[in-house]
Design a protein around this ligand. Sequence first.
Ligand SMILES: [Zn+2]
Length: 337
Amino acid sequence: MSRSRIFSEVDFDKEGKQSGFLRLPHSVHRSAYGWLPIPITCIKNGSGPTVLLSSGNHGDEYEGQVTLMKLTRRLRPADVKGRIIILSAANFPAAMAGMRTSPIDDGNLNRSFPGDPNGRPTAMIAHFIETVLLPMVDVAVDLHSGGSSLMYIPSCLARRPSDPAQRARTIAMMRAFGTPIAMMFDMPQGEDRTLSGAAERVGVGLNMGTELGGTGTVTKSVLAYAEQGVARLLDHFGVLTRPLTDAKPGPTRFLAVRGAPDYCYAPDTGLFEPFVELGDTVAPGQAAGAVHFPDTPWREPTIAHFENGGLVICKRIPGRIERGDCLFHLGSDYDEG
Ligand SMILES: [Zn+2]
């Protein structure tokens, strides 16, 4: 069996606006013939590009989910020229639990692609997205944020295409989104189990992710970036009959993310004292923070250091840390040459 076992109540070829559920078969003690209801909306009107908007890939990243729920209710067929598919709670069990991973199978959807039609629920969702949704779309935008443990300066991110024309299209898309930071990466830690990795495998023309904010909360200012950014993107892709916002994008600083040396990890387990904050510029080898030991307060703290220099775009928020936790993540000014 290589076809998805997930049944869609929504007919993606039908004109008009439909909302319903992707029915993921889930036979358990309390419900022998049951299914998990993953909400999905499709708005189709005539010919034009198909855009997939997703959030809740990680269930504790809320800015994208709020943005897409509001958009789901707002969009009318008359607003659309082409097709917009909205999957606002991609890993539905995780989204309902407010957790990064699914409480059903511990699955991290963004480490589960290409998935498995016969696997656990998270693997089945990944497989459905990669084999059913992505082959239909011209553009895929997956809205993430820092989740429960991290806070980002509002950012968008995309892999840097080697083809210059494709690169120009990617940069134009990120400028339209209009967050303060745009991250271009070549191959972050070799990760291809993500929705973006799936979109590349499938050959989706344009795909972009975001890191909007985080800390398991929603703020008015970060939500404004998300809502206006998505509205501008849809207009940019030519899938709207009229703009949804007249807010202009702010300036975007393009940064390169160079892999592991741009990440600073906890060297010990204890209580974290940061030496820098979001938006600071740091030098290679600079002290990032101290790890204190509540059980032996007389012991000298262990100092964490940055390996690379750059701009601090992401910070761990909870004070308790364990060795191996990500404390900071840097970007460096992007040089097209
Ligand atoms: Zn995420």
